[in-house]
Design a protein around this ligand. Structure first.
Ligand code: A2H
Length: 255
């Protein structure tokens, strides 16, 4: 990592109105309740297939000034309140607490996603002290996401352990959204096979896949979907971020 703060795009993954958790039903939810996912790849939002949370991480809900209710880790809430997301600088109020496992199966509307509804599912490699502790899943372009999705698809006992129904997992496939010469239209599945990755815990191979896809995707990737179809990721990335922010579907966050 370089010096200075890292910029993330916080994608606002909106919980469907009829599925707002019981613990928040006494709150004013008229501006929406969002799982906020920190991403470095706003240009991949077309390909979201699900949202990841860690079963044992504690998440909190906080009221933001003008973005509705955010669900994220306490770590992220502390940063957000110093970045003018809350009404009082440096302060936030906890509206509710959730264990990640309480959020599994929630139906979500995700910004710019081709899938109309996606579901909250478990990822066991999420770190509590990075981003918001919530990750949006783009298995076409993230080998970590692809490996975690394949784990859930292939391991019935893993779905059963976390009470995930088949219909939240099995119909979802990686969507071709970025073409990279030599990697095809699904760079993460390509690298998963090339490196013979075994699971979401295959740490070293996943790190290698992450580096390679990130560099190649940024400099050589061409978008296959959306307003900037046929443009290079290199040229469109910031434009897509700005469109998301302008439509209030995302915010910019630093840590
Ligand atoms: B990225 P960096 Cl398509 N724990 O978004 C584990 N991973 C986390 C996380 C956490 N607490 N918070 C964010 N992330 C993931 C998209 C994506 C991402 C693609 C390809 C690569 C990629 C869709 N998932 O990241 O350590 C998020 O996944 C490759 C690095 O701050 C976020 O961007 O550099 C990225 O890791 C942030 O990682």
């Amino acid at each position: 990592e370089g010096v200075g703060p890292q910029e993330y795009t916080l994608a606002k993954l909106c919980i469907q109105d009829d599925s707002i958790p019981e613990k928040l039903q006494k709150q004013n939810t008229s501006n929406g309740v969002y799982l906020v996912a920190a991403t470095l790849r706003p240009e991949t939002m077309y390909g979201q297939t699900n949202c990841w949370v860690h079963p044992d991480i504690c998440y909190i809900a906080i009221e933001t000034k003008d973005h509705g209710i955010f669900i994220c880790t306490r770590h992220a809430a502390r940063n957000l309140c110093y970045q003018n997301f809350t009404s009082e600088h440096g302060k936030f109020t906890v509206l509710a607490e959730f264990l990640g496992s309480e959020l599994f199966g929630l139906p979500i509307k995700a910004p710019f996603a081709i899938n109309e509804i996606i579901y909250v599912l478990p990822m066991l490699t999420i770190k509590e002290d990075k981003g918001t502790g919530i990750v949006t899943s783009v298995p076409s372009d993230s080998a970590d996401d692809y490996a975690a999705l394949i784990d859930l698809k292939n391991k019935k006992q893993l779905r059963e352990k976390y009470s995930i129904s088949d219909s939240m997992v099995l119909p979802f496939e990686p969507i071709p959204i970025i073409r990279i010469e030599g990697y095809g239209d699904l760079s993460a599945p390509f690298m998963y096979k090339k490196l013979n990755i075994q699971s979401q815990n295959d740490h070293d191979k996943l790190a290698a896949a992450r580096d390679e896809i990130y560099k190649k995707g940024f400099y050589e990737g061409v978008l296959l979907k959306g307003k900037y179809e046929q443009k290079k990721v290199y040229d469109a990335k910031k434009l897509i971020r700005d469109d998301l922010v302008a439509e209030k579907l995302a915010c910019v966050y630093y840590e």
